[in-house]
Design a protein around this ligand. Structure first.
Ligand code: BG6
Length: 484
């Protein structure tokens, strides 16, 4: 079966930095199905050749040594461009005719990739429907929708409703690029392809869980987008919640799209939503000090660049085990990690029973950088009586497996082409996540949450973050990254 990937928003950043390099890499590795065409569309008036020229530069720049001109030339022969405004029904219909012409009646899977600004998702979907370029409930027409999927529950619901007027849920692929990261899907393998972790992955052995996505980068030129998003919409509703669900969910019966997503939705429904008067206690928000000097940011901006949230999960597995989610820009280093902090031994036979928190077992899943896993456990210090010290066992992907870790988009694009939606968000999942984030965002916006705390770029968020954890009887694990 042939494939056509139609990219709306073809002249944008996402297309040149992520999508085309990922497709090129898939081609280089021989993974793109034979007869795959890539058709870009946007308002810019490129010819096929002009668009290819533009892409060759950006792709070569992005891939560096991995770029090969000969391979590119082969790949580029299947790249086309058709100009058009996605809000104009006639332009979309004209694109449809162009696609029919290139496909020449051959049975073809079409992937409509919405890499546009979010404001264009609705008209794009409706115009595709109106032009007869979709077919109800058929597997050969799929739509891939980038984040952000809505800005709150109401807008996500509306977008789902519009999308479902044209596409059945099984044709919809909502991208969260975190799900395409190897270390994120490895969470499922770690938990459900081994026997040793699952029996202790619960309230009997786990004290709490910390999920951190810290970035050194600051907002820079992205204020136009970021000022209306802030940390909750940009990082929590999607990426952090995906890490949370994969860590906390029950084991699905099979690795297939519905079984996995059923479990994710189930655990989201077990999270206790925060009432307005609880938001100040269970969340924290901050802003790095120079944020207001970024171009496009107002002097009095209240937009948070750091956030922390405590989730309580009301089910048998996790009752009484808090999940701390935290993310920030302008932090001291880049790390995304999941820390499973285990309980202390119930009885200490080696002298003092008073072991501090940092001395209990800990499993650190390092999502990025230096992808891998580290297990911390007590060992006897040689030649020192029964003196103990916390030591670690390390596993890194780079040491164990040859080759580069692929960019998340390679996996996700291939899965979408093959019709596997396991690593894409379902409509009820997106809505369940917004349902938890909305009350926090509302309280923050209305000044009913914690006060905005400032921090220096290069710190681990506001100084009060450590006290906030202490009040909950815990300590942040601030090693970055744990694996070298
Ligand atoms: C994006 C956010 O979705 O994810 C960015 O909009 C953030 O603000 C980025 O920097 C982080 O992705 P990654 O893969 O670099 O962790």
């Amino acid at each position: 079966m042939a494939h056509t990937i139609v990219i709306f928003g073809a002249s944008g950043d996402l297309t040149s930095r992520k999508l085309v390099p990922a497709l090129y890499e898939l081609h280089r590795k021989g993974r793109l199905p034979d007869g795959t065409r890539i058709v870009g569309s946007s308002r810019s008036g490129f010819s096929h050749e002009a668009w290819r020229e533009r892409l060759v530069e950006s792709t070569a720049g992005y891939l560096g040594d991995r770029f090969d001109r000969g391979v590119w030339n082969e790949f580029a022969s299947s790249i086309y461009y058709h100009p058009g405004d996605v809000t104009q029904p006639d332009d979309v219909a004209s694109l449809g005719q162009f696609l029919d012409g290139t496909e020449q009646g051959a049975e073809t899977v079409r992937l409509y990739y919405l890499a546009t600004a979010p404001g264009f998702y609705e008209p794009a979907v409706l115009n595709l429907g109106q032009a007869g370029m979709t077919c109800e409930d058929c597997a050969q027409r799929r739509v891939v929708i980038e984040k952000p999927f809505g800005i709150d529950l109401a807008s996500a619901r509306r977008l789902n409703e519009v999308v479902h007027r044209v596409f059945a849920e099984s044709q919809v692929y909502r991208i969260d690029h975190y799900l395409g990261k190897e270390t994120v899907s490895n969470l499922l393998v770690l938990r459900f392809a081994n026997t040793i972790f699952e029996p202790i992955w619960n309230r009997n052995y786990v004290d709490h869980v910390q999920i951190t996505a810290a970035e050194e980068v600051v907002i820079g030129h992205r204020a136009g987008f970021y000022e209306s998003a802030g940390i909750l919409r940009d990082m929590f509703q999607n990426h952090l919640m995906q890490l949370f669900t994969l860590t906390a969910m029950e084991g699905p019966a099979r690795f297939d799209a519905d079984a996995v997503r059923d479990e994710k939705v189930k655990v989201l429904r077990c999270v206790r939503p925060l009432a307005r008067d609880e938001v100040a206690r269970w969340t924290l928000r901050g802003q790095y000090r120079s944020y207001r000097d970024e171009p496009g940011v107002g002097r009095g901006s209240q937009t948070p660049t750091f956030g922390a949230v405590t989730w309580h999960v009301d089910n048998w597995r996790w009752q009484g085990v808090p999940f701390y989610l935290r993310s920030g820009k302008g932090m001291s280093c880049r790390t995304t990690q999941i820390v499973i902090q285990f309980r202390h031994p119930p009885h200490m036979i080696f002298g003092s029973n008073a072991v501090d928190d940092h001395e209990a077992n800990r499993l650190v899943i390092q999502i990025q950088p230096r992808e891998g896993i580290q297990l911390h456990f007590q060992s006897k210090v040689p030649d020192a009586g029964m003196k103990r010290r916390l030591v670690d066992l390390d596993f890194t992907f780079r040491d164990r497996f040859a080759g580069d870790i692929p960019d998340a988009y390679q996996r996700l694009l291939l899965d979408a082409m093959q019709g596997d939606a396991s690593l894409f968000a379902r409509s009820d999942e997106v809505e369940a996540s917004w349902r938890l984030i909305d009350p926090i965002q509302a309280a923050w916006d209305e000044g009913a949450g914690p006060p905005l705390a400032f921090y220096e770029s290069g710190d681990w968020g506001p100084p009060g973050a450590a006290e906030w954890m202490q009040r909950q009887g815990r300590q942040w694990f601030d090693s970055c990254p744990v694996l070298k």
